[in-house]
Design a protein around this ligand. Structure first.
Ligand code: SOE
Length: 396
């Protein structure tokens, strides 16, 4: 695994736990954790369960005993590491968003397509697809329970930047993170919409806004690029992304990504309305799905809360007895499980790098729309080796 920050901890949990709950066809061995600082990486490796640590990812890619590379670094290094790892014949799991630019993402998707011909697999870490409730929502929609999809509202709301004195970090620097709320959390809103509905976003119109343009710099510990010393530094990404999307069936979707919605801590919310019913999900209540079934008699209609905690629900059977809750970290175990199973079965896991490229193209179209004062902008497909709708791929 390359990268030793917050996502490193989350992915480590996934790799460590998945084989203990799921009967996997291959046993993942947590070999090497790679980070920039030798002492901190060694300590993280010990805490998270990696056998070795290193500060040189290139050297690690040369090793014959490494089969899988998990990339959890900031977006500015995804392309270089992923392309090198695929060229070295390693299966690659890469954190979202796939890259910082469409160009990088396209090169990654091309590398993945070449590697795929040699049996080397790759996948993007849109982990929220792998919660029981979101996977079950996808199943209900694929089974036609909502009828024709007519409207979607998808938002990802956090508030950790509301304090104008919160420090500048790499997530607020365009050269490191690519974009702000748009790529960090808006990418999830786009992916979960496409995953649940099986419909792609084809056009967008939106606006990006930077609400606090300068923040305190905390010195060398900040992980900032360039020569940012102490003092204040510029925020070079969006804080708020608001956009409308046209789905491929003609339905409209509204999207919001903000890290300034005070009180909303991690609210990835999706509400999908069709001709036969509606579904609503909120990550702040991750085990629940609200389902409105308009085929019931008018006297019995109403949103009902489905607790997605039964062994019959996706992924749940491997965990606790009926009715016991799962949380944020379980998505990472499910991600590790699905990835290992796909590798063992010689299949391409989803979301593929081509899927990740498509999300990048949506983000890019939103940025272009915003630059043009919110005009409708086409999502330009630059490369499409894998266009199989997700529901055709039995990920759960
Ligand atoms: C930070 O905003 C962050 O950790 C994102 O980077 C993740 O993708 C999201 O799952 C939670 O919030």
């Amino acid at each position: 695994m390359i990268g030793a920050g917050f996502m490193g901890a989350a992915h480590s949990q996934g790799w460590r736990v998945a084989p203990r709950f799921f009967d996997l066809p291959l046993a993942p061995e947590m070999s090497v954790l790679v980070g920039r600082d030798a002492a901190r990486t060694r300590a993280a490796a010990d805490t998270w369960g990696w056998a070795e640590s290193s500060t040189d990812w290139r050297e690690v890619l040369e090793r014959d005993d490494i089969d899988v590379v998990d990339i959890v670094t900031p977006g500015d290094s995804h392309a270089e590491i992923a392309i090198a790892a695929l060229a070295a014949g390693k299966h690659v799991l890469c954190e979202k968003p796939l890259a910082n630019t469409v160009d990088e993402a396209r090169r990654m998707a091309e590398a993945a397509a070449s590697a795929q011909r040699l049996g080397t697999r790759s996948m993007v870490g849109f982990t929220y697809r792998r919660l029981p409730a979101t996977a079950f929502a996808r199943d209900l929609i694929a089974a036609g329970r909502l009828g024709d999809i007519r409207q979607v509202r998808a938002e990802y709301l956090q508030d950790w930047l509301s304090d104008a004195e919160a420090p500048l970090t790499w997530r607020l620097q365009k050269d490191r993170a690519g974009s702000g709320s748009l790529g960090d959390i808006g990418a999830h809103a786009v992916d979960i919409t496409e995953f649940m509905t099986g419909l792609r976003v084809t056009r967008v119109a939106g606006l990006l806004e930077t609400i606090v343009s300068e923040r305190p710099v905390l010195g060398s510990a900040s992980g900032l690029s360039g020569s940012a010393g102490a003092g204040r530094g510029a925020v070079t990404v969006d804080d708020l992304a608001l956009f409308t999307g046209r789905l491929e069936n003609g339905a409209l979707a509204s999207f919001e990504a903000s890290r300034f919605r005070l009180g909303r801590k991690n609210a990835l919310r999706v509400e999908i309305s069709g001709s036969l019913g509606s579904l609503s999900f909120d990550l702040e209540s991750p085990n629940e799905l609200q389902f409105y079934d308009a085929t019931l008699p008018a006297t019995e209609q109403g949103f009902r809360r489905i607790l997605v905690t039964e062994p019959e629900h996706p992924y749940v059977g491997a965990w606790w007895p009926t009715g016991h809750m799962l949380g944020y970290e379980h998505g990472f175990s499910h991600q590790a499980k699905d990835f290992v199973e796909a590798v063992a079965a010689d299949e391409d896991p989803r979301p593929s790098f081509a899927d990740g490229l498509h999300v990048q193209e949506v983000l890019d179209a939103v940025a272009r729309s915003s630059d043009a004062n919110g005009v409708w902008t086409g999502v330009e497909p630059s490369f499409a080796p894998s266009t199989v709708p997700d529901r055709a791929y039995a990920a759960s």
